[in-house]
Design a protein around this ligand. Structure first.
Ligand SMILES: [Zn+2]
Length: 246
């Protein structure tokens, strides 16, 4: 069976002598592992479209147990991402996140569109990379069914309260009356909650104009890091380890 689909290359690994094993996030079949036969030969006509970050048109052949690439044509290569180390590391982080939340055979068009827009935005020199990454994390959680509850107390639904804590376990903010449900919940400022809601709901194209105070961004970063670990069950990101070593 042949499947024609657009897709992002999340990973490209060596496979056998001259082949590559790709992990793609496609519009038609979600995440899928495919073999690109002969792709490691210098003259392979697949080469251009199968590097990580490539957005390409694929024709995939579905065999009994494996997919192989029949044709591939690069639509957008995102060269600029590789030119800056921060950009490259965060770009790689976005791909790792997508790989972690997607399932084989399950499409996710909202996440697909978000990834395309975000990869374009992060090559722009005027944006705050950190803010875009926070927005991407929140939206990815939303589109993959792990949206944190940020509009009322996740436990009792109270609407307005001054002291706010964020409970990773409960999956959202809690009010002082409910602090006892999670002794490990951490303090979160009202501004950080408002920012998170804004990042969740605004189009990422709009968000690229936003300037966020560094302390506020950091506050959200720490909370989201824990939330991502627990809810998508991923504790290590190679891309982030690279950044920490710089
Ligand atoms: Zn409550």
């Amino acid at each position: 069976m042949l499947i024609k689909t657009e897709g992002f290359v999340l990973k490209n690994k060596k496979y056998a002598e001259t082949d590559s094993m790709l992990t793609l996030f496609t519009r038609m079949v979600g995440k899928v592992n495919v073999i690109a036969k002969g792709a490691r030969r210098p003259k392979s006509n697949l080469l251009a479209g199968i590097q990580p970050f490539c957005y390409s048109d694929f024709v995939l052949y579905k065999g009994r147990s494996l997919y192989t690439v029949s044709q591939c044509e690069a639509k957008k290569i995102f060269y600029e991402i590789r030119e800056d180390l921060d950009c490259l590391s965060y770009g790689a982080y976005l791909l790792e996140l997508v790989e972690a939340v997607t399932n084989e055979g399950q499409t996710n068009n909202r996440l697909f569109n978000l990834l395309g827009k975000t990869l374009s935005i992060i090559t722009n020199k005027d944006i705050e990379l950190q803010t875009i990454v926070r927005a991407f994390e929140l939206k990815l959680l939303f589109y993959s069914g792990f949206k944190p509850h940020l509009t009322s107390c996740v436990n009792c639904n109270a609407q307005q309260f001054k002291q706010i804590r964020f409970s990773v376990e409960e999956g959202g903010i809690i009010c002082p009356q409910c602090f006892q449900v999670d002794p490990f919940a951490t303090k979160i400022s009202e501004t950080a909650v408002r920012l998170a809601n804004y990042l969740l709901n605004k189009d990422i194209i709009e968000i690229q104009k936003l300037k966020v105070n560094e302390t506020l961004n950091k506050e959200l970063k720490i909370i989201l890091k824990k939330y991502i670990m627990v809810h998508i069950n991923k504790y290590q990101f190679k891309s982030l380890e690279m950044l920490d070593k710089l």
